[in-house]
Design a protein around this ligand. Structure first.
Ligand code: BG6
Length: 516
């Protein structure tokens, strides 16, 4: 590895300048026995505590159906953290953490639970001086999002009196389609203000996703060429090697399109293509993101047929191991028509992007894990190199590697040393790790902390969620009306169905694949 200079680090926000711990609060986790809680939320809260970013006046109330005591709950999370901590657990900090953790057993659908919760919160707020600020985290099945918030409101737990705040974090999936997303927004907004609702998208917790904004707007050299005059097209790929794992029940109802596109991929598109916001205030950033989502050309039914591709994986080999096809996965019906792969071509109707295709694809059981945004620039005019093999050279490509590689690379042509004028494509690479090392994290730390300080920049607003669904709605409708006939249509360990290649080849382009 090349020796790299220490970067100069410039704090941008007030929070970074003063290293502000979060506001005092009690965090209530609905779904405290679930996977999200043990894998992400508790390890993330622990990391915040370790980095002194939690208030000293903090407490947690976990709620789940299981009839166990607070002591049992504390023992359980102590076992879980051994498995899921991202770093060494320091006993003193963990002890501090455990002492402020409580458990309430109950059914989220049972109205009697909520007065009990209120009583417990009164006591916990007093014991830990958490000022009556509450963060409710919905780590539950989506059916409970609206009913739980309604019950909280009915017992007065959403009311913000005397400077207290009451906020709700809602997980994905946010609706099953446009109609259900609108209905959910409406139900939540009936009992809470928009400023109390934090719709989380864990992609926005990724450093490399946040860096798209820094890369574009903190540098003077990229923005002038970040438009249709210089950019040929943009590819966004979210490739996974895993299958549906134990989530067959949920996934078979959702499919790759719903699972990834209106949320994670729309975040990547909007951050890559939005106009510079006038500040980093939440609404300034989100207004620009929303404008892009609204500018994505809606597809007609005919366009859905030519501009989208769906696929489902069959059996095959991945990482040298034979694995079953989607239809053989646990909780998946043997005749399932659910897609595990989607590719599409979108256009953004505005001055900056008119006629620049955005190709996106995501799929499970692909040969490599890689999330990246690839910006391909127009070719140089080849006057000098006409009739030479340089015509076949790769054009300039800038790749924002989101994961697992974290970095940025730029591909350009260079002269191959020697007497003749020969050119080769070379890559200039920046890797985060070389400059900044690695900081173990779950990806939820920043988002939880932001919610506790009332910064909604990295959370989705109601209009953004609905705009995301608007883009995929016509596709869902056509796909529903015309069920796929050739599933499974790609083998595990391949880059998806052949039609995904054709989608670009028709335009004289190719996907750029990364696999390790
Ligand atoms: C989730 C999807 O939201 O994101 C999963 O439901 C997917 O199907 C996951 O695997 C991908 O997240 P990450 O952070 O691993 O890229």
């Amino acid at each position: 590895m090349a020796q790299v200079a220490q970067p100069e680090i410039i704090p941008i926000t007030r929070q970074q300048r003063v290293g502000r711990p979060a506001d005092p609060c009690t965090m209530v986790i609905f779904g405290a026995a679930g996977d999200l809680t043990r894998r992400k939320l508790i390890p993330a809260l622990y990391n915040l505590a370790k980095n002194q970013l939690l208030s000293r006046e903090f407490a947690i109330v976990g709620i789940a159906r299981r009839p166990i005591s607070t002591d049992d709950f504390r023992n359980k999370v102590s076992e879980d953290i051994k498995q899921f901590a991202t770093d060494q657990v320091e006993p003193d900090i963990w002890e501090w953490f455990l002492r402020r953790m409580y458990y309430l057993s109950g059914d989220f659908g049972d109205k009697k639970l909520y007065p009990q919760l209120k009583e417990l919160l009164d006591k916990v707020d007093k014991d830990h001086s958490s000022h009556g600020n509450h963060l409710y985290y919905m780590a539950t099945s989506p059916d409970y999002f609206a009913p739980v918030v309604k019950q909280l409101a009915l017992v007065g737990l959403m009311q913000e009196n005397n400077g207290q705040w009451r906020r709700v974090i809602v997980e994905k999936p946010f609706g099953h389609d446009l109609e259900t997303a609108k209905a959910l927004n409406k139900q939540l907004l009936n009992v809470a203000g928009e400023q109390q609702i934090y719709r989380i998208d864990h992609y926005l917790g990724k450093e490399t996703v946040q860096n798209i904004l820094a890369f574009r707007f903190a540098n003077g050299i990229f923005e002038p060429i970040w438009n249709r005059r210089y950019i040929d097209h943009i590819q966004i790929s979210v490739a996974e090697t895993v299958g549906v794992e134990q989530r067959g029940g949920y996934y078979d109802q959702a499919g790759a399109l719903r699972d990834m596109v209106p949320n994670h991929i729309m975040q990547l598109i909007s951050l890559t293509s939005m106009e510079p916001p006038i500040s980093f205030r939440a609404d300034a950033v989100r207004d620009e993101q929303a404008k892009i989502l609204h500018a994505i050309q809606p597809m007609s039914s005919e366009e859905v047929l030519t501009k989208t591709v769906r696929g489902q994986y069959g059996p095959g080999v991945i990482n040298g191991e034979r694995v079953p096809g989607y239809r053989e996965e646990q909780d998946v019906p043997p005749e399932s028509r659910t897609e595990t792969f989607v590719a599409m071509k979108l256009l953004i109707d505005n001055w900056r992007w008119a006629d620049v295709p955005f190709y996106l694809r995501t799929g499970k059981r692909l040969p490599g894990r890689s999330t990246h945004v690839m910006i391909q620039f127009r070719r140089a005019p080849f006057v000098l190199f006409r009739d030479t093999p340089v015509e076949n050279l790769m054009p300039n490509q800038l790749v924002l590697h989101i994961q697992p590689e974290e970095g940025i690379s730029l591909r350009f042509a260079a002269k191959v040393p020697g007497p003749a004028m020969r050119l080769g494509a070379v890559d200039m690479n920046f890797e985060y790790e070389d400059y900044f090392g690695t900081q173990p994290s779950t990806g939820y730390e920043r988002l939880l902390h932001d919610c506790m300080i009332g910064d909604a920049t990295l959370f989705q607003r109601a209009d953004m969620v609905e705009a995301g669904w608007c883009v995929v709605s016509p596709v869902l409708d056509v796909w529903k009306a015309l069920p796929p006939r050739h599933f499974p249509n790609y083998a595990t360990g391949s880059w998806g169905p052949k039609e995904a290649e054709d989608l670009l080849e028709r335009d004289g382009r190719h996907w750029r694949n990364f696999e390790k």
